[in-house]
Write a protein that binds this ligand. Structure first.
Ligand SMILES: [Zn+2]
Length: 353
């Protein structure tokens, strides 16, 4: 084994060359190799070419006019456009999350890839050799891009629905440990989960404690096509939804001794436990961001389902590139404020094309 290692090193025709390079030249070589790898995988080596590939059109960031004159290059060799309407100068990536970003194309793609496996932030920082600020910023940008993803999702045919609960440590009093409340208390956040036979799914926060019929209706009615079949545990809180959307109800009461219960409700039970397991990664998280994490979870499930047709990293990159937004500290603040006051609604920031 050891001999093979030496042999393979000895036989590598580039070894002497690479070891003789000074630091700065070695960096250039690594960059070049990374470009080549990106080209083989994505057909492009930089963000601007990727924007052209995915069909991003030049559009004035000030007045949204699409008529322009080509106007040379920026010092960083980005094509420059001049708006025919207001005279504003811009590039293809002005008005995008990549505007004046310093992180390389290769690192962005690697970062997206790590995020699709929900790798902890600290690990991303180490693996990619980026600062914690950069890692945080890009995580927020990626989260925001898919944040509106669940808004337009609609389930149909046979739909399983259920609720799952997680503890909201933010509202727990200091005496909680001594006096654990019984049953479902106001300290638990309710997440309504639904999945249909095509594996379309939604997971939306539905307030604290056991939800009322109104709350369930408000949370799910836009996501369920009328006249569908709903498969559930017969919870009374589902009644308004069933009535208003004219759903056919199929009830399986939770009974651990009945094997047909597991068979009929396996899909939704599994989904609930996956969500719980996923949320545990964010322990100590800001609960205000919980809906954002759920949006990301649902988005990833969809990407995994379609991964054969469309590799997930590239799909996320395309969303980021086509997004027309300017990311500021304020928009991050907006994200948090919005989530605080709209438990039942997914956040409106970010659009999926
Ligand atoms: Zn303009």
């Amino acid at each position: 084994m050891l001999r093979m290692f030496f042999m393979s090193n000895f036989e590598n025709p580039f070894k002497d060359f690479v070891f003789s390079l000074p630091e700065d030249k070695l960096d250039l070589l690594i960059e070049c190799i990374n470009n080549r790898k990106d080209y083989d995988l994505y057909g492009v080596t930089n963000l601007e070419d990727a924007a052209i590939k995915y069909g991003r059109k030049p559009m004035c960031p000030k007045c949204s006019c699409e008529n322009y004159i080509e106007n040379g290059h920026t010092p960083a060799y980005h094509k420059r456009f001049k708006c025919e309407n207001c005279g504003c100068s811009y590039t293809l990536l002005s008005d995008s999350v990549f505007n004046s970003s310093k992180i390389s194309f290769h690192k962005i793609l690697k970062y997206i890839q790590l995020m699709t496996f929900n790798v902890p932030l600290q690990q991303c920082i180490e693996v990619l050799e980026i600062s914690s600020n950069t890692a945080n910023l890009w995580r927020n940008k990626i989260f925001q891009t898919v944040n509106g993803y669940q808004d337009t999702l609609q389930l149909s045919g046979r739909i399983w629905i259920d609720e799952t609960y997680i503890e909201d440590y933010n509202v727990l009093g200091s005496d909680y440990i001594n006096q654990k409340p019984r049953g479902l208390s106001k300290t638990q956040i309710c997440i309504v989960v639904a999945i249909d036979s095509n594996k379309n799914m939604v997971a939306i926060i539905c307030g604290h404690g056991k939800p009322s019929s109104d709350r369930i209706y408000k949370t799910l009615h836009n996501h369920i096509r009328p006249n569908s079949i709903i498969v559930h545990d017969g919870e009374k809180a589902h009644n308004k939804l069933i009535r208003e959307l004219n759903l056919k109800s199929e009830v399986y009461k939770a009974n651990t001794k009945d094997s047909s219960y597991f068979e009929k409700m396996g899909l939704i039970n599994n989904m609930c436990s996956w969500i719980k397991r996923y949320i545990w990664r964010f322990i100590g998280m800001d609960v205000e961001n919980l809906q954002t994490y759920l949006n990301w979870f649902i988005y990833l499930q969809r990407c995994k389902r379609d991964n054969d047709k469309w590799p997930k990293s590239e799909r996320i990159l395309r969303h980021l590139i086509l997004e027309r937004t300017r990311y500021t500290e304020e928009s991050q603040l907006f994200l948090r404020i919005a989530s605080k006051h709209s438990w039942c609604k997914p956040l409106k920031t970010g659009k999926i094309v």
